[in-house]
Write a protein that binds this ligand. Structure first.
Ligand code: SF4
Ligand code: SF4
Length: 247
């Protein structure tokens, strides 16, 4: 079968060039095929991999424009393999995802020092069990059209991880976590859903962002675009202030 790989090529106009490989493959994973190309045809082919079992997230890349893990995706004749989008390509299929990963810290998406120590019931654990399973593959940042045009957008997995801690019953005060996701965060998401089908562990960042919006509303925040158009803020009775009634 034939597989095309977008390779690093400084002489090409956009710094990359598609190279076609004829390979013997039958029901093999993309990682197995890339390893065979590297071993038998071209030792300079660069890609990341580690666990080879869909756990570490290091081999995320795109096939035919869709984010996959190379170690779990089964190759088909005519596939085109490219690096993740929205990140600097270091070489071939290796990208630098550090900028996206740093948003976990910016979103305060970690346990607080003020968190209380107590047992968590199985029901309470289920609330954010899936969000805890994120493998930081960065596929959702590659798929996100908002991150594509705004590199300051906190983005899918940082917001998913934020919800993981905001919804944790041991977090006694989440005001600082909610405050830090207001700008370039939950209200900038268009709820387009592009981040959901690409997640290899079944996380739905869009849904977690909706949950963070609901929590923010309860804590007195509102969509800044809504605020700009309709006056904004909340009245003394806690209901939204719609500004000039003649508007
Ligand atoms: S739903 Fe929001 S976070 Fe997810 S891809 Fe769309 S804009 Fe990005
Ligand atoms: S939320 Fe899913 S797609 Fe995004 S980094 Fe985590 S595992 Fe990968």
């Amino acid at each position: 079968m034939t597989v095309e790989v977008l390779r690093y090529c400084p002489a090409a106009p956009n710094g990359a060039q598609k190279i076609k490989y004829e390979i013997e493959a039958n029901n093999q994973t993309l990682l197995e095929v890339l390893t065979a190309i590297k071993t038998e045809y071209d030792a300079t082919l660069s890609f990341n991999s580690d666990c080879r079992s869909g756990v570490c997230g290091s081999c995320a890349m795109r096939v035919n424009g869709v984010e996959v893990l190379a170690c779990t995706y089964k190759v088909h004749d005519g596939d085109t393999v490219e690096p993740l989008r929205n990140m600097e390509v270091i070489r071939d299929l290796v990208v630098d995802s550090d900028h996206a990963l740093a948003f976990n810290k910016k979103a305060h998406a970690y346990g607080s020092v003020s968190a209380v120590t107590r047992n968590v019931t199985p029901e309470e654990e289920k609330v954010n069990e899936l969000q805890s399973a994120c493998i930081l593959c960065a596929s959702c940042y590659s798929a996100c059209p908002v991150y594509e045009v705004n590199s300051d957008f906190l983005g899918p997995f940082a917001l998913t991880r934020s919800w993981r801690y905001v919804s944790d019953v041991r977090e006694s005060d989440v005001s600082d976590k909610i405050a830090t996701i207001q700008d370039n965060g939950i209200w900038d998401c268009t709820l387009c859903n592009e981040c959901v089908p690409v997640c290899p562990v079944g996380i739905a960042p869009k849904q977690d962002i909706v949950m963070l919006r609901n929590k923010s509303g309860v804590m007195g925040y509102m969509d800044p675009s809504f605020s700009a158009n309709f006056g904004g803020g909340f009245g003394n009775d806690g209901t939204p202030d719609f500004g000039d009634p003649a508007f």
